[in-house]
Design a protein around this ligand. Sequence first.
Ligand code: PLP
Length: 431
Amino acid sequence: MSREASNVAFSEAQSLIPGGVNSPVRAFKSVGGTPIFIAEGEGAYLKDIDGNKYVDYVQSWGPLIFGHRDETIENAVINAVKSGLSFGAPTEAETQLAKLVVSFFDSIDKVRFVSSGTEAVMSAIRLARGFTGRDDIVKFTGCYHGHSDSLLVEAGSGAATFGNPSSPGVPADFTKHTLLAEYNNIESVRKCFKDSSDIACIIIEPIAGNMGLVPADKEFLAQLRELCDENGALLIFDEVMSGFRASINGAESITGTIPDILTLGKVIGGGMPVGAFGASAKIMAQLSPDGPVYQAGTLSGNPVAMAAGLAALTKLKKNARVMGVLEERGKRLVRGMQEAAKANGINMQIDNRGSMFGFFFNDNEVKNFAHACNSDAKLFAEFHSKMLDAGFYFACSLYETGFISTATTDVMIEDTINASKRIFKEIADAR
Ligand code: PLP
C-alpha cells in the first residue's frame, strides 16, 4: 500500500502547522509512521489521498455514529446552510435540540450549547464552583476532560500519549485546586475529602474512553454520589465521548447513578462542532444571563451545527434499537480479535459498551490508568501499523477508544477479525 501522497502532504503540513496536525494525537507519534491524509469518507470507510480505502474504527473520534456522509444529516446541513451560516441570535433549532437532548436524560432540565467538549467541561466546572461557592475539584488520573488549564492534570488521551501529564504553560497556581484520585478506587476519593473541605465537584468519565476503554464500576459511581451528597459537592459526569455511544440514555441509565451536571459533545453535533452541558433548573439558574456565572460564545448554538445535531439525535431516537446491534457487533469484534491473539500466545484485555470498544495488550484486567500504562505499547504500535496496511484504521494510540458506526457491517467485522488472525500470527512467528 503506497502512502506517498500522504507523506508529502504531512511534510508540507509540518512546515506550517506544529507537528503537521491541529490536534496532537492525530500525528501518529505513539505508533510511529505518518498520519494518513483523508480525501473523503463514505459510510464505514475512509479514503486517503493516495486512493487507499480503510474500514474506519475512529469515526472522527466518536461523533459519526451513523458513519460518514449519512444522508439525513448531510441533507439537514445543506438545508441549514442555505438559510445562513451564523446569526449570533437565537434560532428555533437551538430550542428543538435542547428539548431533544433533555428528553434523553433524567439528570438534566436545561442545557447550554457550546462549540466543543473542552468548552462544555470548562463551563460545567465553573458552574459547579459558582453554585457551591467552593474552589477545589476532584478528577481522576487517566480521565481526559479537554485541554482547559485546571483539567490538564494527569489527563488521558493525547496528554497520556505524549507522557505530558501536566502541560508547560499551565501555572501551578491554576492546578492547585485540582485534586487527583485513582479511577475505581473510592479510598483515594475519600482522602481528597479528608484533605479539603472546599470541594466543589467530582468530575469523572463514567465510562472512561481516554485511557483506552475503562468503565467505572457501578458500585464506585454510587459511592461517589454518596460522598458528594455527604459533603455538599456536585457530581459531574463527563459524557462528551460516551454520551449516545455507550447508551442512548447516558451512563446514568446503565449505572443508576444520577449526576448533578452532565457534559456532552461529539455525537450531539452529528459531526459538526457542538458541546453541551446541562443540569437541573436550579443549578442552571446560576448561569448567565439568569445568574452570575458567566459563559458565552460567538458561534454557540450555530444553526448549521444545530441542524446536524438535530438530524443525528432524531434519527437515533427513532432507531434506538441500533444501540443493541452496535453493542453486539463491538462484542463480536473484540472477542474475535482476543481469540486470534490468544491463539498466538498474546494476551489481550477487551471491553465494549454500546458502540465503544477497547483492547489492551495486557496480562491483567485494566481498572485504572496505572493498569492501562502497563500495557504493551510496542505491540500495540506494531499491530496498529499492520492493521492499517491491511486497510483497517484504528485509533493511533493505545489510550483511545474504538467506535463502530451503523455503517459498519458484520462482514467488515469478520474481515477485521480475519486480518487480525493473520497479523497476530505474523507477529508471533517473528518473535
Ligand atoms: N471530555 C471527554 C470525555 C472527551 O473525550 C473529550 C475529547 O475527546 C473532551 C472532553 C474534549 O472535547 P473536545 O475535543 O471536543 O474539546
